[in-house]
Design a protein around this ligand. Structure first.
Ligand SMILES: Nc1ncnc2c1ncn2[C@@H]1O[C@H](COP(=O)(O)OP(=O)(O)O)[C@@H](O)[C@H]1O
Ligand SMILES: [Mg+2]
Length: 333
C-alpha cells in the first residue's frame, strides 16, 4: 500500500471551530493508523493557516506544501461552503469531499431544498425569508408564513450545529425568531415542524456511492425537545441507536434517498444525510458535506456498524480524492 502525505485542515472561522479541531485530531490519528502520514494545518478563527506555528504560504497552481492530498475537516461557513474548496482547486491539489458547487449548495438550506424539491424528494414545507423583505413588509411576510402552521423552525440559511435556530410555537414569537436568524445570515428559512424520529445515514463514494445502516438520534430527557447545540455537544445530550428502530421499507427508503441526495447535489467522498421519520413517512432534512468526524461521531459510528472501520474509511476517502483529481486532469477546459 502506498503511504500518502495528507494535510488535515482543522479549526476554521466558524462557530464550529472547536468541533472541527476535535474531528481533525481524530482524522490525523486514523490516517496514521491506516498507514498514511498526516500533517496538521490549523486554521485560526482569524482565517490564518498555520503549520507548526508558521504561516502557510500558498501559491496557486503549486499544490500545498508538497502534500499528496488535503483533508479539509472544517465545518460551517468558510470551510464546508465551497470557499476553501475553491482555494484548493486553485492550488491544484487533490482534496477529500465535495467540490465547490456541491459544498456551497448543501450549505445553503434554501438552495438545497429547492434542488431536492425539483428532484421530487420528500421534505417539510418551507418558505425562504430575506431580511430586507421582512424589514420592509413584516405583515406580508408573517401572513405568508401562516400557510406553514405552527410550530415552525426558523433558521439562518447557511449555518450549522443548530446555531441561530429557534422553534417558534406561536405567531407572536416569529419576529424575534427571524431577527435571531438574521443576526447570522440575511437569508432565513422557516419550516413546518416535522414530528417523529430523527434518523441519519452516512454516504461514502464517488459516482457509485454506498449508504450506511441508518441510525436514530435519541435525545436526553429534560432538554429542549429538539436536537439543539446543547444536545449535540454536551456529554450525554444524545444517544445514537443503530440500526434505527424503523420498519425495513423505511430503512431502505432512507438509504435510497440518501444516495439520491448525494448524487443529485453532485457530492463526492462523504456526506451525512439527515431525516425526519414519522411512521412510514420519510422526510429529507439536510445533507452535511463535512459532518463531525471523530471516530465516535455519527458519520463514522454508522459505518462502523455497517462493517467499515474508521481507518479504512479514511483510507478510502484519500483514494477517492486522488481518483477524482486524476480524472479531472483529463478534462479539457
Ligand atoms: N422542520 C423541522 N421539524 C422538526 N424539527 C426540526 C426541523 N428543523 C430543524 N429541526 C430540529 O433542529 C435541528 C437542527 O436543524 P438542522 O436543519 O438540522 O440544522 P443544522 O444544520 O444546524 O444541524 C434538527 O436536528 C431538529 O432537531
Ligand atoms: Mg442538522
Amino acid at each position: 500500500m502506498k503511504r500518502f502525505r495528507v494535510a488535515v485542515l482543522g479549526g476554521g472561522r466558524s462557530s464550529e471551530h472547536e468541533v472541527s479541531l476535535a474531528s481533525a485530531a481524530s482524522v490525523r490519528a486514523g490516517l496514521e493508523q491506516s498507514g498514511h502520514v498526516s500533517i496538521a494545518i490549523d486554521v485560526g478563527r482569524d482565517g490564518v493557516w498555520r503549520r507548526n506555528g508558521a504561516v502557510v504560504a500558498v501559491e496557486p497552481g503549486h499544490g500545498l506544501d508538497g502534500v499528496d492530498v488535503v483533508f479539509p475537516v472544517l465545518h460551517g461557513p468558510f470551510g464546508e461552503d465551497g470557499t476553501v474548496q475553491g482555494l484548493l482547486e486553485c492550488l491544484d491539489v487533490p482534496y477529500v469531499g465535495a467540490g465547490v458547487l456541491a459544498s456551497a449548495l448543501c450549505m445553503d438550506k434554501v438552495m438545497f431544498k429547492e434542488l431536492m424539491a425539483h428532484a421530487g424528494l420528500p421534505q417539510v414545507r418551507y418558505r425562504a425569508v430575506r431580511a430586507e423583505a421582512f424589514a420592509s413588509e413584516p405583515d406580508r411576510t408573517l401572513a405568508e408564513l401562516r400557510a406553514l402552521g405552527l410550530p415552525v423552525f426558523v433558521k439562518p440559511a447557511r449555518l450549522g450545529s443548530s446555531v441561530g435556530i429557534v422553534r417558534a410555537a406561536t405567531e407572536a414569537e416569529l419576529p424575534a425568531a427571524l431577527e435571531t436568524a438574521f443576526e447570522h445570515d440575511p437569508l432565513a428559512i422557516v419550516e413546518a415542524a416535522a414530528g417523529g424520529l430523527e434518523v441519519e445515514c452516512s454516504v461514502l463514494g464517488g459516482s457509485d456511492p454506498i449508504a450506511s445502516e441508518p441510525g436514530e438520534i435519541v435525545l436526553a430527557k429534560g432538554e429542549s425537545g429538539w436536537y439543539d447545540y446543547e444536545a449535540k455537544y454536551s456529554p450525554g445530550g444524545m444517544r445514537l441507536i443503530v440500526p434505527a428502530r424503523v420498519p425495513d421499507q423505511v430503512r431502505d427508503r432512507v438509504r435510497e434517498i440518501a444516495i439520491s441526495a448525494f448524487l443529485g447535489t453532485g457530492c463526492h467522498g462523504l456526506a451525512r444525510v439527515d431525516f425526519f421519520i414519522d411512521g412510514e413517512q420519510v422526510l429529507l432534512n439536510e445533507l452535511n458535506t463535512m459532518p463531525g468526524f471523530t471516530s465516535t461521531s455519527v458519520y463514522a459510528a454508522l459505518f462502523e456498524a455497517s462493517g467499515i472501520r474508521y481507518a479504512e474509511l479514511l483510507d478510502r476517502l484519500v483514494q477517492l480524492a486522488l481518483e477524482r483529481h486524476a480524472a479531472e486532469r483529463h478534462l479539457r477546459h
